[in-house]
Write a protein that binds this ligand. Structure first.
Ligand code: 5GP
Ligand code: ZN
Length: 139
């Protein structure tokens, strides 16, 4: 299994750093975020070290996603939040601070004012179509 000896999440997987573990299987580990944005904020990580989404083997992403679903349902049942976001960040522009693939399971409360939401504003149709073509060319 890929391990980066300098990676904080690899150390958590190995049990070298303590964490509040929620669940694990062969591919994934869920534990509480040590700097919770809201009560119940937790993380689901891939056990092997892959820095970003782009590095993830699809079957590993599927396995992590199954754990995300399991944990999100447990958070919903335990805490009855008003909503719940999944947040997954890649790269500096997305404010990724730990370069080991992870998904935030983030319970939301009405009025919590977390800065991850935006007001939808209609886009320019021609610009949307043009960027769609650029993305489709890479699929
Ligand atoms: P990112 O900014 O990369 O999307 O999220 C990284 C998350 O990992 C942050 O929310 C941060 O609070 C959390 N984190 C960083 N170091 C540790 C740690 O040592 N233990 C735990 N449980 N969470 C951590
Ligand atoms: Zn790692």
């Amino acid at each position: 299994m890929g391990v980066d000896p300098n990676c904080i999440f690899c150390k958590i997987v190995a049990g070298q750093i303590p964490s509040f573990r929620l669940f694990e299987d062969v591919a994934s580990l869920a534990f509480m975020d040590i700097n919770p944005a809201n009560e119940g904020h937790c993380l689901v990580i891939a056990k092997p070290h892959h820095p970003t989404l782009y590095d993830m083997p699809p079957d590993l992403l599927a396995a992590v996603s199954a754990t995300v679903l399991k944990v999100a349902k447990a958070v919903e049942a335990a805490l009855k939040p008003d909503g719940l976001n999944l947040v997954q960040s890649n790269g500096k522009g997305a404010a990724q601070s730990v370069p080991h693939f992870h998904v935030h399971v983030l319970p939301r409360r009405l009025g919590d004012n977390l800065k991850i939401n935006w007001e939808p504003k209609p886009g320019d149709r021609a610009a949307i179509a043009a960027v769609a073509e650029r993305i489709k060319a890479k699929l």
